[in-house]
Design a protein around this ligand. Structure first.
Ligand code: GLU
Length: 334
């Protein structure tokens, strides 16, 4: 009997040691094209959490995708666990606007935190003589692929200057292909809503064809800023792109990258990810220059969908709830 007891306790002990390996949950993060900032952001987040995979029993993988709209739809359909999405697309999905106007408000959408700022970036070949958005009339312009965040931003900016997709020769290919098309003289310009610096704009500005980053500014843009709550003025530092023909920082408008999930995602998983990023924020910030401006406070701003319960549990523990707009605390804490 004693022998049996010892054997049984040994079995229990072995089980408790190996259980985290058996119970490892795989979660994925939907990002964007490999030359943008979402993809390395997925990498940075996964690195933080995978360091603790033995503690949490979670392993994170990163998927390159078509961008914000694709990611939101993929998390809501359960195809993906986490997704990175522009703050304006989070707003529109939650409220049932733009791409979601047919399907209505996406009430299962939850936010986790905001990440780096993104600027609507307009890149044009110098020879195309595009000095302002209005000069895009009749030009070959890549406005962004369906599924990306920038497609709607390009339409908003064009509309502000009295243009639409019919007044340009519009392409809708992925941002990753746009620098090559510009350098091959197949397009004159492209829009990309993205954090800076990034590999895509470096590639676009480093070839044979000289390239200008075109400012998105002026009285018409001031009206647009008043009309849409999710756009803010931004500035692209010229020092990031020394090969561009610009000589000073470029004024533009922008949004924020945010991390989103479905309210159905397990609280413990969202808690673990939030805790690892926030508890190690200084280490996280070193993983990409676009994160230099991040603070715990601004990572809780620019969100529209209620905060997921798992993240909220961490924010309560870390005494960060006072940074959160009260209407984002819709799911009661246990
Ligand atoms: N903002 C872009 C989008 O939502 C992605 C930018 C990036 O990959 O860094 O599609």
């Amino acid at each position: 009997m004693k022998k049996l007891c010892v054997l049984l306790s040994l079995f229990v002990l072995v089980c408790s040691i190996v259980t985290p390996v058996w119970a490892r949950t795989f979660v994925n993060i939907g990002t964007g094209g490999v030359t943008g900032v979402y993809y390395p952001t997925g990498g940075a987040i996964s690195r933080m959490l995978n360091k603790k995979s033995k503690v949490y029993g979670i392993k994170v993988t990163v998927d390159s995708t078509s961008g914000s709209v694709y990611n939101i739809n993929a998390i809501l359909s359960g195809e993906m666990d986490f997704g990175i999405a522009q703050s304006d697309r989070q707003y529109q999905a939650y409220k049932g606007l733009a791409e979601w106007s047919q399907r209505g408000p996406q009430s299962d959408l939850r936010s986790v935190f905001a990440i780096h700022p993104e600027s609507i970036t307009l890149i044009a070949a110098q020879q195309s003589r595009v000095a302002s958005v209005v000069d895009l009339k009749g030009k070959r312009v890549n406005v962004g692929n369906p599924g990306s965040g920038q497609l709607q931003n390009s339409k908003d900016v064009l509309a502000t200057f009295g243009l639409d997709l019919a007044s340009i020769h519009g392409d809708q290919v992925k941002a990753v292909e746009a620098p090559g098309l510009l350098q091959d003289e197949k397009i004159d310009a492209f829009f990309y809503t993205v954090g800076h610096p990034n590999g895509n704009i470096k590639e676009a500005t480093s070839g044979r064809i000289k390239v200008r980053i075109v400012p998105i500014k002026g009285p018409k843009i001031d009206i647009l800023l008043k009309k849409y709550p999710y756009y803010a003025s931004s500035r692209i530092p010229v020092e990031f792109y020394p090969n561009a023909v610009n000589s000073e920082d470029i004024e533009s408008i922008g949004v924020k990258a945010t991390l989103v999930v479905s309210q159905k995602l397990d609280d413990a998983i969202v808690y673990a990810l939030t805790k690892e990023v926030f508890d190690n924020l200084e280490a996280f910030k070193k993983l990409h220059p676009a994160y230099a401006v991040l603070t715990k406070e601004n990572m809780l701003q620019g969100l529209t969908a209620p905060i997921h319960r798992g993240a909220l549990k961490y924010y309560q523990e870390a005494d960060l709830l006072h940074y959160i707009k009260p209407d984002l605390i819709a799911d009661p804490l246990q």
